[in-house]
Structure formats: C-alpha cells, structure tokens
Design a protein around this ligand. Structure first.
Ligand code: G3H
Ligand code: 13P
Ligand code: ZN
Length: 342
C-alpha cells in the first residue's frame, strides 16, 4: 500500500516537473476574485516583484502577517535568473510556507511585462495564474492583436490577463522607453472590448526605477494625472485598472545607501499620499519593485560597512529580508489598504 502511495507521489512530482502545470496545483489563485473585492472595498492588491528566495519569503511573510492578498510578480528576466523550474517549486514552497504561518491568503503568480505570446504561454503552462502582455510600445491595432492572442490561450485555462495602454518612461524589462505618453482614455473601451483583458495598466505619470522625476532645485514632485484615471474610470466603470512604476523610493533607504558607500543621486518616487488616493479608485493592483530592491540594498550596504569581517550570507541576507518584511507590511497597512482583507 505504502509503495503505491509513494509511487503515486513520485508520479505527481514527475508530472509537475515535466508537463503542463495548472496554477491550482501550486495552491495559487487567479486575480478575478481579488480584483472584485478590491474594487468593492476600495483598496489595491499589492504586486511585488521578486527574483530570489529572500525576496519571495519576505513578500509572503509580510503579506501573511498583515493578512493581505498578494500578487507575486516575475519579469521575463527574473524568471530566467531564477530558472523557470526552480521558480515553480519556490512559489509552491512559498504558498505552503504561508499556510504553515497560519495564513491562508490568496496568492497569485503573475508574469510582469510579458512581450511575446510564447513567453506568456510558457508561463501559463508552468503554473502562472496571471500574465501581462505589454504591447504598449506597439501601434494600437498590433497591441490589440497580441493581447487578444494571449487572452484566448489564457482564458481557456482560467488564467487572468493584464494589458497596457500608454507608455511609461524608463526600462520595462528589455523594453526601453525613452519617451513616455499618457494613456488616451478614448482608446480604453475599444481595447478592453476587443482584447477581452481582465485588467489594464495605464500611464498617468509614473515610471519604472528609482528616478521617476527630474526635479529642479526647490521643485515639488508633480501630481499623478488623476484626471486621466477618472476619465478611464468613467469609460470602463467597474473595470480593474493597474498602476506600474509605483515605488515611493523611500528617502530613508536612499540616504542609507548613500551613507554606506552607494551612489544614488536625486532618486525620487511617488509620494505615499498619492498612492493612497490612487488605491481608493478603480486602481486594483499597484506594482512595487524598486522599493524592495532599495530596502535590501540599504541594509546589506550598512552591514558590509559596519562589519567588514562578515562573510556568512545569512548575516546580511537575513536582515535584508527582515527589512523587506517591514516594508511590505507598511505598504499593505498604510498605503494600499490591503491589510486585513485576506
Ligand atoms: O517593470 C519592471 C520590473 O521592475 C522588473 O524589472 O526586468 O529588472 O526584473 P527586471
Ligand atoms: P517600480 O520600479 O516603481 O517599483 O515599478 C515596478 C513595476 O512597475 C513592475 O512592473
Ligand atoms: Zn511595470
């Protein structure tokens, strides 16, 4: 009997490694219910990017401790870095870890800035519950065509799809956008209708990375274009909107990095009050990557400077992970409003 149970287990593992994996087998959910609840409760689901074990643990622990639903977000290059198979099992482990912490929070795994059908398909086939097809740098019709192709494949497998209209300045994975342009609200209805996407990323003045604005001395950070967001909300009422490039570039971490030998000059992000306001609108998903990178880097730099004799990775990656846990809880509790919603 025990032999057969073991054999069955072995076969399940074999299937998970080699064949198509349904995200439900990993204990994940798609974004449908998350977005419906966020829309109704007027808060935003956090989408945190990760590349490695410590980041993934910190995001899941932070969300488990603050009882927040979460979208684990992976770019194409992050997936390559971690290795697609390793990533799948790491995420499966993270879901089980959350359960072990007594928190059965909804967890989605999302491809960030997917640029081809093949990449989106490969992610769906290896257990992602949500994918983005970012065709924002293509002409409108081509963006529709590419996005729709992904939607068809994804929806047959109950996987959510995010599209994008409007271009953010900065680096979007391998896509470098020199010039940004805001989303044109008049294009939104047609795009949503023709593609069948489940959510839409829009461009209202954010950008990726730690340098979001070039400010002259004494100049204030400009406001996000809430007028565009409102216009989009009117045209597609009740439809989930996504905000990329939403890091606040925490001054404390930038100062720490610079104090301990780093060189981040005039790094600046989106003020928290603006994100708080955005989270209460139709914005259901807020993307954060740079803030996590800064938090970990700041702590590691401090430890390397203060304890140059240290060479055990646990002694610097551990405190860096703790800092990221605090950051995640802070965002969920005081900015996005997602804490306590899971
Ligand atoms: O929007 C892009 C994300 O911040 C991921 O960037 O390609 O460096 O992983 P990455
Ligand atoms: P930040 O660089 O502002 O963290 O944006 C991350 C993002 O939009 C990932 O898609
Ligand atoms: Zn992005």
């Amino acid at each position: 009997m025990a032999f057969f149970v073991l054999k069955e287990k072995e076969m399940k593992l074999e299937t998970l490694m080699t064949q198509r994996t349904d995200y439900k087998e990993l204990g994940l959910v798609n974004t449908k219910a998350m977005f419906e609840q966020a829309m109704e409760g007027r808060y935003a689901i956090p989408a945190y990017n990760f590349n490695n074990m410590e980041q993934l643990q910190a995001i899941v622990i932070g969300c488990a401790q603050s009882r927040s639903p979460v979208i684990l977000q992976v770019s194409g290059s992050a997936r390559k870095y971690a290795d697609p198979i390793f990533l799948k099992f790491m995420v499966m482990g993270a879901v089980q870890m959350a359960k072990g912490l007594g928190a059965d929070i909804p967890i989605a795994l999302h491809l960030d800035h997917g640029d081809t059908f093949e990449l989106a398909k490969s992610c769906i086939d290896s257990g992602f519950s949500s994918v983005m097809l970012d065709g924002s740098h293509h002409p409108f019709e081509e963006n529709i065509r590419l996005t729709k192709e992904v939607v068809q494949y994804a929806h047959e497998r109950d996987v959510s799809v995010e599209g994008e209209l409007g271009v953010l300045a900065g680096i979007e994975d391998e896509i470098a956008a020199e010039v940004s342009h805001y989303t044109r609200p008049e294009e939104v209805e047609e795009f949503v209708e023709k593609t069948g996407v489940d959510s839409l990323a829009i461009s209202i003045g954010t950008s990726h990375g730690a340098y979001k604005f070039k400010l002259k001395p004494g100049e204030e950070i400009p406001s996000l274009r809430f007028d565009i967001l409102e216009e989009v909300e009117k045209r597609v009422a009740g439809f989930p909107i996504v905000l990329h490039g939403a890091s606040s570039v925490t001054a404390e971490h930038v100062e720490m990095i610079n104090r301990y030998g780093g060189k981040l000059e005039s790094a600046v992000g989106i003020p928290e009050e603006q994100l708080r306001k955005a989270a209460q609108s139709a914005l259901c998903k807020i993307n954060i990557d740079s803030d996590g990178r800064l938090a970990m880097t700041a702590v590691i730099r401090k430890i390397f400077t203060e304890k140059p004799e240290e060479f055990d990775p646990r002694k610097y990656l551990g405190p860096a992970r703790d800092e990221l846990i605090s950051l995640v809880k802070h965002k969920n509790e005081t900015v996005l409003g997602s804490a306590g919603k899971a």
